[in-house]
Design a protein around this ligand. Structure first.
Ligand SMILES: Cc1cc2nc3c(=O)[nH]c(=O)nc-3n(C[C@H](O)[C@H](O)[C@H](O)COP(=O)(O)O)c2cc1C
Length: 182
């Protein structure tokens, strides 16, 4: 199966990227993996024009469509997101907003092919898990409206820099093993 692993952080070599690499190493044992970083793409904010509510298409043409092509190719999607002010980074939120043509609350809407499974890993510097749960909630809300099945989340606290990921390595690998077993 094809696994898409998304670094939802704009930092290409930080803690999030380190987790993405660990997950890739584990998941590539059994699946074709592809890693992308939200910062690899240039796209505009959603304008809130709602043209897509009538047409199921966005009026803007930019790199956003390249990310959706990656989603379409994937059977399993793993979003790895740091907490930026207690939610996903703005770059990833801007991507979610641009997915409005795919949102199943209006007709017509665009659709990804069926049967995709979605997972989320959230990380933060602070000590309380509730904030990670909120970020996983944001990602699962997004998955739900794209009809990507929410299959599990992992929260990691006390992570600021990539060096801090080492103490969570066994949890991350165990989470990847659950993805492999599913
Ligand atoms: C702009 C910004 C906002 C942040 N806000 C929070 C926060 O609200 N709560 C928290 O626990 N950590 C916060 N952090 C810390 C990051 O979640 C943490 O350092 C994470 O490991 C960053 O991963 P990255 O370097 O891959 O982006 C913030 C970091 C940045 C840069």
């Amino acid at each position: 199966m094809n696994v898409l692993i998304i670094n939802c952080s704009p930092v290409r070599d930080g803690a999030t990227a380190k987790i993405v690499r660990l997950a890739e190493e584990r998941l590539s044992a059994e699946h074709r993996t592809r890693c992308i970083c939200i910062d690899d793409y240039e796209f505009s904010f959603c304008k809130g024009c709602r043209a897509c509510h009538k047409t199921a298409r966005c009026v803007q043409k930019d790199d956003f469509s390249k990310i959706m092509e990656e989603f379409e190719q994937a059977h399993i999607i793993l979003s790895v997101s740091p907490s930026y002010w207690a939610d996903v980074p703005g770059q990833f939120k801007a991507f979610i907003d641009r997915c409005t043509p795919w949102c199943n609350t209006h007709q017509p809407h665009a659709s990804l092919s069926a049967g995709k499974k979605g997972y989320a890993i959230a990380l933060r510097t602070g000590p309380r898990m509730k904030e990670c749960e909120r970020i996983i909630g944001t990602i699962e809300h997004f998955y739900g409206h794209l009809e990507i099945q929410c299959c599990g989340g992992l929260g990691l606290c006390s992570v600021e820099y990539k060096e801090d990921v080492a103490s969570h390595e066994s949890e991350i690998l165990a989470f990847c093993d659950k993805i492999l077993e599913a």
